[in-house]
Structures are given as C-alpha cells and as structure tokens.
Design a protein around this ligand. Sequence first.
Ligand code: FPP
Length: 246
Amino acid sequence: MGFKEQIDISRLPKHIAVIMDGNGRWAKNQGKFRSFGHESGVVSLKDVVEGCTDIGVKYLTVYAFSTENWNRPIEEVNLLMELLISTINAEIGTLNKNNVRLNAIGDIASLPQKCIDDLKNAMDETAGNDSCTLTLALSYSSKWEIVEAARKLATLVKEGKMDVNEIDETAFSSQLTTTGIPDPELMIRTSGEHRISNYLLWQIAYGELYFTEKMWPDFMKEDLFEAIVDYQKRERRFGKISEQLN
Ligand code: FPP
C-alpha cells in the first residue's frame, strides 16, 4: 500500500510548511552546477503542490528565498530571481487549472522590480482560487517579520489607535505576514539538516517537525504523503497529558 492510501483524510494538516533544502548539494553530488539543482527543485515543488491538491491540504508555505540568501554569490541570487520570474509566469495556467491561489510573504519590496510586478500579476490572476493557497516565502526571515509586527503595533499605540493592554497573541499574529492563514501543523525540512533557519518561528510554536535525509530535488508528492502519515501517528498534546485528550 502506498503512503497516500494510508492517509486519514479527516485528519489532514490544514497547513504544511516546507524548507526546501539541498538543491545545491544534490547537483554537486552529480557533478552538475547548483543551478541544475534549483531547476530540479522547481519540479519537486510542482509535484508537491499537486500532492496537496490531490488530497486536500489547504495551505502550503515554502521557503523559496531567505533574507540570509541575499549573501550568496550575486550570480546565484540573480539565477534564483530569474528562476522565480520564469516559474511563476509559466505556472499561472496550471495554478488556475488546479484552483491554487499564489501568495507571497516576506520583504517583497526588496525584490527586483520585475519580480515584484510578475509576482503581483500571478497573485492577481490566481486570487479567486480556493482549493489550496501556495505561499512563497521570499526575502523572508522570521525575526524580520516579528520585528516588523512589533513596529506596526508600536505605531498603532503611538497614534492612539490601540491601547497597550490590547496587545495579545491575537493582535500580534494579526500583524504578521501570515495573518489569515492558520498556523502550520507540520513543518518539513529536507536534506538532513535539523534546523529551523529563521522560518515561521512564531507560527510553528506547536507545529510538528519532520526531517528527512532526502535532498529537495528528490522529494516528490509520495514523500509528502509519507510525512503526513508520520504526522498522523503522532499525539499532539499541546501541553496536556494523554488522558486529557478527546
Ligand atoms: C535550498 O537549497 C534552496 C533554496 C535556497 C532555494 C529554493 C528554490 C527553489 C526550490 C526553486 C525556486 C523557487 C521558486 C518558487 C521558483 P540550497 O541552495 O540551500 O542547497 P544546499 O544547502 O545544498 O546548498
């Protein structure tokens, strides 16, 4: 029996977050350029999005470019930006066919203008889709996002639009770039690294972490299904004891 058949559809995670790691090493292991790894990473991403729509996962958020990734050699940064532009433009039709809405989080204003324009266009073109929301984290880091939220709340207080005592978890969440999206129940990281790397730190407070040795270009929808089966075997206690559940 495949992993897909083992999934209990009534207990799917609503939101899955992914750190797509290992493109460069995957390519290097084959004596190829890192660019080949990133291009192959796009193939995996497409397959995993399809996996989400196959079974009904409502939100998928992928770490496509971190704030720290700006420190990579300029050639690789440019290549990733070009890959982003060509991929989003090429995929609008498929996203619409599969009823997938494209969304983006992060410091979008820091991206090259062509990226910003094409991203906005793709988001507008897919805005009416509601089977799955694919969020690209671009120029994103969690600490950046949390500081931004603090700044926005401070501004509201300073302008007299909010009282300090109104700052609670709900108010804070509503200032994060993920506002309106439920917190991920499952976070997957590929390539054998056991780190969160400044990704959705607030949002994964109670998220289940799943690590796999597979490099991202080798990670396909069947691997996603395997991760979901693993997640469904876990007991999520949220600080309670087993006997209190149900
Ligand atoms: C991590 O591999 C991957 C990235 C930094 C970029 C992820 C990008 C893609 C999957 C393709 C582009 C995305 C879109 C949305 C079009 P790495 O380069 O860190 O690999 P390494 O750790 O082996 O060097």
